[in-house]
Design a protein around this ligand. Structure first.
Ligand SMILES: Cc1cc2nc3c(=O)[nH]c(=O)nc-3n(C[C@H](O)[C@H](O)[C@H](O)COP(=O)(O)O)c2cc1C
Length: 204
């Protein structure tokens, strides 16, 4: 199928993930276009759109949100998946509310009438030496307030990216392909666990 990967990045981790996702789709014989949001790609005429963004200040990078806003109408007609690159993967409960982790994806769900059929977090990277002076200063202060030190750290794992690609294609086949305007109703009675149990039985 024809796949568009649209992404934004500040320090390159999300670009690296987008490139890997592209290769993994191509290995599975799909036709892929990768575009930075600055190229303002059109999501029309694709079978699947994969959106990728890093998390900054507790949310998906605003440049991706702007691209979504610009193509909102067209995006309702195409199945969508996403990956968010972040450091706070587990998330926590903070002042009685879900914070970080998959809660970072909330704006990506709320942006659409027909939401993405699948999405997940991918581990990011922090390198104080590569950051702008402003980012380094802000991050140092933030960590200092918490009594921690800003240090180079990587949570990136190729295996997680492979799992994202494998599951995106599997879920696309199971229900994702119907996650578009006028068709999503077909998935109303889809029971994920029943599907898993049915396939488990075929494994014997
Ligand atoms: C100024 C700044 C703010 C950040 N805010 C968050 C955040 O709120 N939550 C989080 O999980 N990671 C946060 N990160 C970590 C980034 O998501 C991580 O470094 C990611 O790999 C950046 O991807 P990029 O290289 O594609 O820009 C922040 C990083 C910086 C430099």
């Amino acid at each position: 199928m024809r796949i568009l990967i649209v992404y934004t990045t500040r320090y390159g981790t999300t670009e690296k993930v987008a490139g890997l996702v592209k290769n993994l789709f191509e290995e599975r014989n799909h036709e892929v276009k990768v575009a930075h949001v600055e190229e303002n790609p059109s999501p029309v005429n694709y079978d699947l759109v994969v959106m990728g963004a890093p998390v900054y200040r507790d949310g998906p990078h605003w440049d991706l949100m702007e691209w979504i806003e610009r193509h909102k109408g067209e995006l309702e007609d195409v199945p969508k998946a996403f990956f968010l690159v972040a450091m706070h993967l587990a998330g926590s409960v903070f002042m009685g509310k879900l914070h970080g982790g998959i809660a970072y994806a909330q704006p990506l769900i709320e942006a659409f009438e027909v939401p993405p059929f699948y999405g997940t977090l991918i581990g990011g990277e922090i390198d104080p030496e590569k950051m702008s002076d402003e980012d380094r200063r802000k991050m140092r202060r933030f960590y200092a307030v918490l009594g921690e030190k800003l240090e180079k750290k990587s949570l990136f794992s190729e295996k997680d990216v492979e799992a994202f690609v494998r599951r995106t294609l599997l879920y696309y086949d199971w229900f994702g392909r119907h996650f578009r305007r006028g068709e999503v109703e077909k998935t109303k009675n889809f029971d994920f666990m029943e599907k898993v149990r049915e396939l488990e039985r075929t494994l014997g």
